[in-house]
Write a protein that binds this ligand. Structure first.
Ligand code: IPM
Ligand code: MN
Length: 352
């Protein structure tokens, strides 16, 4: 297969971790007879500094005309610490999601047998956890009308959802549930929020199209608790944008490190693959960040993006092997030797 992949390294540790994912992807491509053309493009703070826009049109054109987008991370403290900054790196990510129509963010959470004891949660609570969130990504409070009134003394962010937006996200969740344990949990706050009541009503109406799927409806606050109490009781969860943002960070604790969890964002056209963690600016250039979430995102790219299952499986297999053999960055090393970001990438390449 000839593959054109837009490469958006972004800010902070973005370039270091995407470098490793590129090395691993190139090795896999060579092994299985594919040809990858990487198409680097600017995004985030780097793009603001270069052209004043965190997601310039030139970057959009590259993404929209590629077979997939591999994304690193976005955001820098100099913007976080300045609430009045006129343009922010994160706006680039939101604009990109919206313009590429990436309405479903798929975030799996699973445990690695060799890392069970790295999780702050007890082994018996998390063993066997294998769940997947479908987070709605282009609606809700992130994209509703926002502003100030009363001379700036009052602020508002509106949360808006249409039935259509809920349906297309829920459909993805139902389809995934059909390929797994046929259990789906709709996470909302229907006891308080009108948008949540629309979510629940819409998902309830869809149940008859998927008679084999057992659907539960749970309130987001209760899910936040049960997710760390009995995560292995969940399978597929669907939820709106902000709830999904918060719950997936929470869920990443289960696996032992935020540096491990990949994600895929899909919609009607091109799909995007990115780690769920941020740009970890304190570690920029130090070659210490964990590249595995990005490498596992590349595995998802081969599988979900290109339907190349063997290729994805080969990446996951070699990652498992590196974890078993302790070839890990400092977030996972404990008292043992911590490898550099680039050394982990190198090791994976040599062992593929
Ligand atoms: C994520 C991030 C983004 C989000 C930020 C950087 C805008 O936290 O991808 O989860 O809130 O969606
Ligand atoms: Mn987040």
């Amino acid at each position: 297969m000839k593959l054109k992949i837009a490469l958006l390294a972004g800010d902070g540790i973005g370039p270091e971790i995407t470098d490793q994912a590129v090395k691993v992807s190139d090795t896999i491509a060579k092994k299985f007879g594919h040809e990858i053309t990487w198409r680097p493009a600017l995004t985030g703070a780097a793009a603001i500094d270069a052209v004043g826009d965190p997601y310039p049109d030139s970057t959009h054109e590259i993404c929209a005309s590629s077979d997939a987008v591999l994304f690193g991370a976005i955001g820098l403290p100099r913007f976080d610490n300045d609430p009045s900054a006129p343009v922010r790196p994160e706006q680039g990510l939101l604009k990109m999601r919206k313009k590429l129509g990436l309405f479903a963010n798929i975030r799996p959470t699973f445990t690695f047998p060799s890392l069970i004891d790295k999780s702050p949660l007890k082994r018996e609570r998390i063993e066997g956890t294998d769940l997947v969130f479908f987070r709605e990504l282009t609606g809700g409070i992130y994209f509703g009308e926002k502003g100030r009134r009363d001379g700036g003394e009052t602020a508002f962010d509106n949360c808006v959802y249409s039935r259509f937006e809920v349906q297309r996200l829920a459909k993805k969740g139902f389809e995934m549930a059909m390929t797994r344990s046929k259990r789906l949990c709709c996470v909302d706050k229907a006891n308080v929020l009108e948008t949540s009541r629309l979510w629940r009503e819409t998902v309830q109406a869809m149940e008859k199209e998927y008679p084999d799927v057992e659907v539960s409806y749970e309130l987001v606050d209760a899910v936040a608790m049960r997710l760390v109490q009995w995560p292995n009781s969940y399978d597929v969860l669907i939820t709106e944008n902000l709830f999904g943002d918060i719950l997936t960070d929470e869920a990443s604790v289960i696996s032992g490190s935020m540096g491990l969890m990949p994600s895929a964002s899909v919609g009607s056209k091109v799909s995007l693959f990115e780690p769920i963690h941020g740009s970890y600016p304190q570690a920029t250039g130090l070659d210490i960040a964990n590249p595995l979430a990005t490498i596992l995102s590349a595995a998802m790219m081969f599988e979900t993006g290109f339907g190349l299952h063997q290729e994805g499986a080969a990446i996951r297999e070699v990652v498992n092997k590196s974890l078993e053999e302790g070839i890990v960055t400092e977030d996972l090393a404990g008292d043992n030797k911590a490898y550099k970001t680039s050394e982990v990438g190198e090791w994976l390449v040599n062992n593929l």
